[in-house]
Ligand binder design. Structure first.
Ligand SMILES: Nc1ncnc2c1ncn2[C@@H]1O[C@H](COP(=O)(O)OP(=O)(O)OP(=O)(O)O)[C@@H](O)[C@H]1O
Length: 348
């Protein structure tokens, strides 16, 4: 099929309030989610992520505009058509939503039973799904006997049971530790690659977007403020929300002995500003910092740094100290050369 897997066309969602003005959870959203890609929607709590995701399988309906999934208008779908759409759209959840009384295999079989699948065909299909998510040894266990990562694997297998073309993920790794998060993200990536499944995920963690999303949309106050290829959005972030997510993503921290001495404002004439510099791709920081010193006479002290990757391209962060009196001029210089800067505090 050509065209986007999901298309939000001028979608607004209002919640009427008793005796007051409406809550506008989503405001005129236009967004195409490409077929076969992993797209992330990132935003803070209350930005409208869940509302947007729930539109895709008809759990929410737009107050205005259309949501088109696999060329069908979800908001206008009849009950029968909605049932068909839901078989084509699987969903996984932050808290897994497994039935405690059912085993792993029985949880995965559930959507097939609901869809009226032939009993004889359920068992082999469930066995295949269990193998795909790596839970063969746990097939007969109950959710209480599983780790968080294993529970999410069951959630993923259950979501895949009816052979969907789209998988929705609602903060699927937010309740997991970093190692388990990595394993679940790897599994999602493998499923995307092997089955050609379109994945739309919502998250408040830029690291999730960095690790597996080829496309991203940033949502704030019910509006999409920035969207596109992840690398393009990361390398030229326009909106303040995107920039603040970005500077937090590398996990580089101010050394403790510096943090202990930091104030919000400079305390004296010799104070130094502590600045986080984020850079991407070809914007190497080394020459820029050297030029800041040689051309502008600003001495820069590197306190911490790390380089990571988005896809195969470098993305990094440095924390530096420089004279507070030269702060604004230095920031302008670095930003003009494609580096992002954020002032973390002052020492002295
Ligand atoms: N049923 C509802 N009735 C009234 N307001 C609602 C309802 N559902 C959501 N909202 C409001 O809509 C806005 C968006 O909520 P939504 O849950 O989509 O945000 P979110 O980005 O998913 O946040 P979180 O990450 O905290 O779940 C919020 O202001 C929320 O209070």
């Amino acid at each position: 099929m050509t065209g986007p897997a999901i298309s939000f066309q001028g979608v607004t969602r209002r919640y009427p309030q008793k005796g007051g003005s409406d809550v506008v959870a989503l405001h005129d959203i236009w967004l195409d989610v490409p077929q076969g890609a992993i797209t992330g929607i990132i935003g803070r709590s209350g930005a409208g992520k869940s509302t947007l995701l729930r539109m895709v399988n008809g759990l929410e309906r737009p107050s205005a505009g259309k949501v088109i999934v696999n060329a069908r208008d979800v908001g206008a779908a009849s009950d029968a058509s909605l049932r068909r759409i839901r078989r084509e759209v699987g969903m996984i959840f932050q808290h897994f939503n497994l039935l405690a009384s059912r085993t792993v295999a029985e949880n995965i079989a559930l959507p097939l039973e609901i869809a009226g699948e032939d009993r004889a065909r359920i068992a082999p299909r469930v066995a295949e799904l269990i193998e795909r998510v790596g839970l063969t040894a746990q097939a007969g266990r109950h959710p209480a006997e599983l780790s968080g990562g294993q529970k999410q694997r069951v959630g993923i297998a259950r979501a895949l049971a009816t052979g969907p073309r789209v998988l929705l993920s609602d903060e699927a790794t937010s309740a997991l530790d970093p190692d388990t998060t990595r394993q679940v993200l790897d599994l999602l990536q493998a499923i995307n690659r092997d089955l050609g499944l379109t994945i739309l995920l919502i998250t408040h963690e830029m690291a999730v977007v960095r690790d597996i999303c080829s496309h991203v949309a940033v949502i704030e106050g019910g509006r999409i403020v920035e969207a596109g290829g992840t690398y393009e959005v990361f390398s030229k972030p326009v909106h303040a929300t995107t920039r603040s997510f970005l500077t937090g993503v590398t996990g580089v921290a101010v050394p403790q002995f510096v943090a202990d001495q930091m104030h919000e404002t400079p305390q004296g004439p010799g104070a130094e500003a502590v600045v986080q510099i984020t850079f991407i791709g070809s914007h190497a920081t080394d020459p820029m910092l050297a030029r800041l010193t040689s051309e502008r006479g600003v001495s820069v002290n590197i306190l911490a740094g790390a380089i990571e990757e988005i896809g195969t391209r470098p993305f990094g962060s440095l924390i530096v100290a420089l004279p507070a009196q030269r702060l604004e001029e230095s920031r302008r210089f670095l930003e003009e050369h494609g580096l992002l800067t954020e002032v973390l505090g002052h020492v002295g």
